[in-house]
Design a binder for this molecule. Structure first.
Ligand code: NDP
Length: 333
């Protein structure tokens, strides 16, 4: 068994030399425990930020889907798939019955029968990013039919999902993403009303053109200048869900401070940051709802699959650079 240990804090983009791959001894299973072998590991933006707040050396954090290959727990027999935060490791020993009860703990979940779909969806549309989209919409920005939603980071795991729920609710949905190919995918495949390449368009002009009734809800995945511009184009009493600020995560030099308060004050916006862990005790509600939409054909997904445990760092960097459409995952086995 092997695991990644972070030995150096990230500066700018993560590098292979920031990590060590370490061999792990696997102890005998105790009563109630299972041994799970990793199939897919998730690479997510929060890793870039979170690990720099840890005492090093530290095991690399990460969600994964694993198959039970040995079991001393009759409820979790060999062959079942589980997902949870086991880190960047090839094998994990865990007791799925032991629920740590501190607030915000996301439990180990058994992967439901996904029919023709791959188990990796438990890291994306039927996992953490899917729940971020579901609860972010339902509990934070609460769009009503006919309203206009703008999404940044729109072609990524969370953004592409948020836009589709926006369409299910009956909203006008406008996205910003980093390539023309991504924008074409959002409009042609996912039914976004408009999508723009934020690297090449004039953001103000794009908003004026695509949001004739201005913006009621803004789902913010990136932060920075574009967010201030969007807030200035919102309707009075608009709602902003601050999900992430990826434009600042890998910046080698601190980004320029963008003053967002004038838009917030003059439009009387409600701006709320959130962490999906807030809904840990409703975790299965989100997964079930997204699974129903998937089965009804109302929700589509796309995965960027990297291959091999040795390529974890390339996958993390690739996702941070925007190589992915939809969810970025690594197929380990
Ligand atoms: P994505 O699948 O969206 O991948 C990251 C994307 O970010 C890239 O594909 C890239 O797309 C975009 N990006 C990279 N650098 C920049 C930049 N400088 N400016 C704008 N966009 C950039 O990741 P997720 O869907 O997993 O996460 C999206 C956001 O949601 C992140 O900010 C993340 O931290 C946050 N998040 C928050 C959660 C919460 O509980 N609050 C939970 C999960 C995610 P492009 O080509 O468009 O630039």
């Amino acid at each position: 068994a092997h695991k990644y240990v972070l030995t150096k804090y990230f500066e700018g983009e993560p590098k292979k030399s920031d990590f060590k791959i370490v061999e792990e001894e696997l102890p005998e299973l105790k009563e109630g425990e299972v041994l799970a072998e990793t199939e897919y590991i998730s690479v997510d933006p929060y890793m870039r930020v979170y690990m720099n707040s840890r005492q090093l050396p530290a095991d690399m954090i990460g969600g994964q889907v694993a198959k039970i290959i040995s079991s001393r727990n009759p409820k979790y027999p060999i062959g079942k798939y589980v997902s949870g935060y086991f880190g960047w490791r090839t094998h994990a020993i865990l007791n799925p019955d032991v629920r740590i009860t501190h607030p915000g703990f996301i439990p180990v979940t058994v992967v439901p029968d996904l029919g023709p779909h791959p188990v990796s969806l438990s890291l994306g549309v039927l996992g953490m990013t899917g729940n971020t989209a579901y609860f972010g919409i339902r509990e934070i920005i609460k769009p009503k039919p006919g309203e206009t939603i703008v999404i940044t980071g729109a072609a990524g795991a969370v953004g592409s999902h948020v836009g589709q729920i926006g369409k299910i609710v009956g909203c006008r949905v406008v996205g910003f993403a980093g390539t023309d190919e991504k924008c074409e995918y959002l409009e042609k495949e996912l039914g976004f009303d408009r999508a723009f390449n934020y690297k090449t368009v004039d953001i103000k002009a794009a908003l004026k053109d695509s949001c004739p009734k201005k913006v009621d809800c803004y789902f913010d995945n990136v932060g920075g200048e574009i967010s201030a511009t969007i807030m200035n184009h919102m309707n009075r009493y608009g709602r902003v869900g601050v999900c992430g600020t990826i434009s600042s995560y890998s910046a080698a030099t601190p980004p320029k401070v963008t003053i967002m308060q004038p838009g917030i004050v003059f439009k009387e916006l409600r701006v709320e940051g959130f962490n999906v862990n807030r809904w840990a005790d409703r975790w299965n509600e989100g997964i079930q709802k997204n699974l129903n939409w998937l089965n009804e054909g109302k929700l589509k997904y796309h995965e960027k699959v990297y291959h091999g445990f040795d390529n974890m760092v390339d996958a993390l960097v690739g996702m941070l650079r925007g190589e992915n459409i939809g969810k970025a995952v690594v197929k380990v086995k």
